[in-house]
Ligand binder design. Structure first.
Ligand code: BGC
Length: 732
């Protein structure tokens, strides 16, 4: 972000904080004012260190949940601008409710796994400016200053991991004071860049379960991210308490051990009479809600609603096949994206993590960009990535970085800095983001060159490896996160790939990339000379094939196929190898084996979780083991989108809809469907900026038929024959 964009547009406001110490209780900042005349227009600009919800005269301002979103707060905090003309009356009350959010909460606090204690030096603060234009041509500015007062709110406690404690019977009193915050820095204020998070769907329960342990549990039928709305009739002081879970254990009992230290509280004290409540400054990942305390014994399921939250993104992609399990897989992938695209792309939405893991986002970005329009969403996150990049070019593993200050990420994680902008270019034809990120892309490749201990290979750094790879030496019951794939091989493959993407981006932007072309060639040669096609794991084969790091693709494919057969025709790849496995096979004439792996139903496979009732993607292929046991509590999310990256193979290879590098954004399309006898029909659709693209094939009278819709010029390769198409619908 250039200095030019960092507008200081607060004219008459300071960052203010509460003078007194309110402990865990969330403050409400208040300013009362009387209008001087008839209002023509009024605008509120506001942001917070923490998360906030503004209200004027008791009515919510805007619909952005968890504003101002999550950015690299030391460098930039987004400011939201709302038209509030319709909310004003003669006498007014402006309230700003705040909670810790990503700024001060446990997510960036001490005591969490591997967390830098960022929260220790931070304090909750708000800054706002109301600009009123009167019909007589005069105007008035009301900004945050020490005239504002503060009350303890009904929200007695609120944290993203730990949920909320809310007392509806409490009456806030505005008896506390404000002072200018210690950090009154305006240079961090930037206009809203990302998509806002909003309430997207309301879901009703599908069942009320009485578990063997005697628990009363509501089932929403879908693992989701959001919060619970309740309506009830109660007496003042009566208690309501819920617990949240993604799964029931093998005996059908409520289980949320996998939330680790995230308390995910929902504790509500009633006021008198009819009431409705939903949290708004925190969120939960759940399918099941256990009723721990509820005053009404004869309640009805209609009293409970799950509200789904995610960033605003237009749905653009659809896959529908004749196979119900594949359709469920696609639904799980979509829900994985909904659940984890909450202002930043997170690994998971439920346990004490919920971080912008670069590796996960990188493997999923292509699928994400077909499923939904995520151009603006990624532009914001990538901007934070470039702001988080170290002086030496290192890219931390999570963005915004809450790990150690000098976190250096790792291969396939930090490479998000080259892979994600390149995908934005391919899917949307976005050269702006490529231009914006190009310096960061180069700097990252230079960083690897500067730290590696062996020229043209990437050696010497700590690596995540092929995270959760099944090709490992774990003894029964032992948890191993890194598999047998050579770290140096994997890291060098990504070093080559990122150097290549710098060359490609440079060519698009008209930059001189001769140096990187030479570097790329040298890395490729070093890879070939060092590893000599001697690949042990599936992932090693896959990376060499998919990244073009072998001179003998036929032999390497043969060796991969043999390895897969000897592994029992199942995948053994982890986070890094899995997204490329089917591609490596189908690019090398082994599509039938790719389909076999895709359609496998036994553990480990994409369809196995569906046999266990999954409604989202799991972090582990064996989140539930075949015997019903649950994988260790240690790291076991049931809403982790990474393995959902297989949808890019479903769009691009199975249905055969592909971008063309020289005319990106589907200005031109390459159709190359790959039918199989194992599936009766397969259809994918992508809404591009040129219009709807679709590709469908089905079996009819013993032959395969195709129907293709193209809104822009397309090349099609159908049964080995090449066609040049103009916009239209074609049947083959
Ligand atoms: C996260 C992953 C992430 C990984 C990196 C995990 O705890 O949930 O998705 O990529 O750590 O090691």
């Amino acid at each position: 972000m250039s200095r030019k964009d960092m507008v200081i547009f607060m004219l008459k406001a300071n960052w203010i904080k509460v003078k007194e110490n309110l402990g865990d209780v969330c403050p409400i900042f208040e300013r009362k004012f009387t209008l001087r005349g008839k209002v023509k227009s009024a605008t509120l600009r506001v942001t917070a260190r923490g998360v906030y919800m503004a209200e004027i005269n008791g009515k919510r301002v805007g619909d952005f949940i968890l504003a101002p979103g999550w950015t690299v707060y030391e460098k930039r905090i987004q400011v939201q601008t709302y038209d509030v003309t319709h909310l004003l009356q003669n006498e007014n009350n402006l309230h700003i409710h705040t909670a810790k959010g990503w700024y001060l909460g446990r997510i960036c606090g001490a005591g969490n796994w591997n967390r830098n204690s960022l929260a220790e030096n931070r304090e909750c603060a708000v800054i706002a400016e109301l600009n009123i234009n009167y019909t007589d041509g005069t105007s008035e500015l009301i900004g945050t200053d020490s005239d504002w007062s503060v009350a303890e709110s009904k929200l007695r406690f609120c944290d993203l991991y730990d949920g909320e404690i809310y007392d509806a019977s409490f009456t806030p009193e505005f008896k506390y004071h404000t002072v200018v915050a210690d950090n009154n820095d305006f240079s961090v204020l930037v206009p809203q860049q990302g998509e806002k998070v909003i309430e997207q769907e309301r879901i009703k329960p599908v069942a009320l379960i009485h578990t063997p342990k005697g628990e009363t549990v509501i089932d929403f039928g879908q693992n989701l991210t959001g919060y619970l709305e309740i309506s009830l009739n109660a007496h003042k002081g009566e208690a309501v308490e819920f617990s949240f879970a993604e799964i029931l254990d093998k005996d059908g009992n409520f289980y949320n051990g996998n939330y680790r230290s995230a308390k995910a509280l929902y504790s509500y004290t009633c006021k008198e009479g009819e009431q409705t409540h939903k949290p708004t400054l925190t969120f939960y990942g759940f399918r099941y809600v256990r009723i721990d305390k509820f005053p009404q014994r004869d309640f009805a399921l209609e009293q409970f609603t799950a509200i789904v939250l995610h960033s605003e993104m237009k749905r653009t992609g659809k896959i529908e096949t004749s196979d119900p399990m594949l359709n469920q897989l696609f639904s799980n992938i979509i829900w994985g994206q909904k659940g984890n695209f909450l202002d930043v792309p997170t690994d998971c939405p439920q346990r004490d993590e919920r971080l912008g893991w670069t590796g996960d986002a990188q493997v999923f970005v292509k699928t994400a960009s077909y499923n939904f329009d995520v151009q603006r969403f990624f532009t914001k996150w990538l901007t934070d990535m470039s702001l988080s990049q170290g002086e030496d070019g290192r890219v931390p593993a999570v963005i915004p970085n809450v790990l150690s200050e000098n976190d250096a990420g790792g291969a396939a994680w930090s490479d998000a800095v080259t892979i994600c902008p390149w995908q934005m270019y391919l899917t949307y034809g976005d050269t702006d983001i490529l231009k914006q990120m190009f310096p960061a892309m180069k700097k990252y490749v230079d960083y690897i060159t500067s730290v590696t201990t062996t020229p043209y290979l990437w050696t010497g750094n700590w690596q995540y490896s092929d995270w959760l790879e099944l090709d490992n030496n774990a003894k029964p019951g032992e948890v191993i996160t890194k598999g047998n794939t050579s770290e140096e091989l994997l890291a060098t493959a990504f070093y080559a790939y990122s150097a290549l993407l710098v060359c490609k981006a440079g060519a698009v932007l008209g930059e001189d990339v001769e140096e990187y072309k030479a570097l790329y060639q040298n890395i490729v040669s070093a890879f070939k000379n060092t590893f000599k096609d001697d690949f042990k794991t599936q992932t090693e084969h896959v990376l060499a094939l998919h990244f073009g790091l072998t001179d003998h693709p036929k032999e390497v494919t043969k060796s991969l196929v043999e390895k897969i057969h000897s592994d029992g025709d199942m995948l053994k790849t982890g986070f890094v190898g899995t997204p490329y496995l089917l591609h490596a096979l189908s690019e090398n004439g082994e599509s039938e084996l790719a389909y076999k792996i895709l359609l496998r139903k036994d553990y480990p496979s994409w369809l196995y979780p569906i046999t266990k009732g999954a409604t989202t993607m799991w972090e582990h292929w064996d989140g539930f083991k075949p015997n019903g046991e649950i994988w260790s509590d240690a790291m076991n999310s049931y809403n982790h989108y990474a393995y959902g990256a297989v949808a890019d193979w479903m769009y691009g290879v199975a249905a055969g809809i592909n971008t063309v590098e020289s005319a990106p954004g589907f200005e031109e399309i390459l159709f190359k469907p790959t039918p199989t006898d194992e599936i009766d029909s397969f259809c994918a659709e992508i809404e591009s900026k040129y219009g709807k693209i679709s590709s469908r094939w089905w079996h009819e009278d013993g032959i395969v038929k195709y129907e293709i819709t193209t809104p822009s010029p397309a090349k099609a390769i159908i049964n080995g024959k090449k066609y040049n198409l103009i916009a239209g619908v074609y049947r083959f």
